[in-house]
Design a protein around this ligand. Structure first.
Ligand SMILES: [Fe+2]
Ligand SMILES: [Fe+2]
Length: 302
């Protein structure tokens, strides 16, 4: 009989963050976000709204729920909101992306410092301007160890030599902790109806069986797949593989979200994954409860 080890000191935890969207008026921010002027004498600070303070409260609350100091923090795309061109920057407190990056780094300082960070790329709308990748800047500032999903592509060298651009991160990251292998990338299909929320993850896990021997060496197929983008948490587990979509930190309130009426409430919070020394995985979502969500106002006409 296989001896099952209990939780020991050497279990390691992964704090999975995704879609923080710093810079949005619907996302957390530091107590005094700085808006830079044309020169530093013109710098000013933003007075966060009540909602922003609430969202920052959720940021801190979800940090306080953590059971372990994270060994690794994964940021699975969209640390910042970007300059939001479709709404002329409206739902951001600064449409200077540099201000958003600085504030995101301040938010990260509110979490315990992990042994290491890794990141993936989010949707271009939020994190790209032409060829400028704001996520690569964040990655550099957090000290993310540069990686490529396939080293043989030599993207880092090609970009460095042909475009004088520093590439730090890639779209897809595969990593191993305590013998368990994880695969993270930002995108996955969005499922609107609630009885269907886990459909995209289920379909993906089934489809990936066809990629098993093609993309991964034998014995290196991931034990768990992590996805962001959809802003709701769902987890699907089969006997030997599982997948999850991660919670986010942005309230669903941009006009983009209200096109179809009242938006789906996002799952606000993070995912803590504890990997035991024997490779067993425990997934703990730390998401706010119904009573914590910011409520709609009623306009009372009498
Ligand atoms: Fe997002
Ligand atoms: Fe996205």
């Amino acid at each position: 009989m296989q001896k099952i080890k209990g939780r020991s000191k050497s279990s390691k935890s992964i704090l999975c963050l995704s879609d923080v969207h710093a810079g949005s008026i619907y996302a957390p921010c530091s107590p005094e976000p700085v808006i830079t002027g044309n020169d530093s004498r013109l710098n000013t600070t933003w007075n966060p709204s009540e909602l922003q303070k609430q969202m920052t409260g959720f940021w801190e609350w979800s940090r306080d729920q953590l059971m372990q100091k994270p060994f690794l923090i994964l940021i699975n795309g969209e640390p910042i909101d970007g300059d939001n061109p479709k709404e002329l920057g409206g739902p951001t407190w600064s449409s200077n992306v540099q201000d958003q990056i600085n504030d995101f780094l301040k938010l990260m300082k509110m979490f315990p410092k992990p042994q290491t960070f890794t990141m993936t790329r989010g949707s271009g709308y939020h994190v790209l301007k032409g060829n400028t990748s704001f996520e690569d800047q964040v990655a550099q500032l957090l000290g993310v160890k540069p990686y490529e999903s396939r080293r043989s592509v030599e993207k880092k060298r090609l970009w460095n030599e042909s475009r004088n651009a520093q590439i730090i991160i890639d779209d897809v990251v595969n990593f191993e902790i305590n013998g368990a292998i994880f695969n993270a990338t930002h995108h996955i299909g969005y499922n609107r109806s609630y009885h269907n929320k886990s459909q995209a993850i289920t379909a993906m896990l089934a489809e990936l069986e066809f990629a098993r021997g093609k993309y991964w060496e034998p014995g290196e197929f991931p034990d768990m797949f992590l996805r962001g983008h959809v802003h709701y948490f769902t987890e699907v587990r089969f006997a030997r593989v599982r997948g999850a979509t991660q919670p986010c930190y942005k309230l669903s309130a941009d006009r983009f979200m209200t096109r179809k009426g009242v938006p789906d409430p996002a799952s606000i919070g993070n995912l803590e994954i504890i990997v035991e020394p024997n490779g067993h995985i425990a997934v703990e979502p730390h998401t706010i409860t119904n009573d914590m969500y910011p409520k709609y106002d009623i306009k009372r006409f009498g």
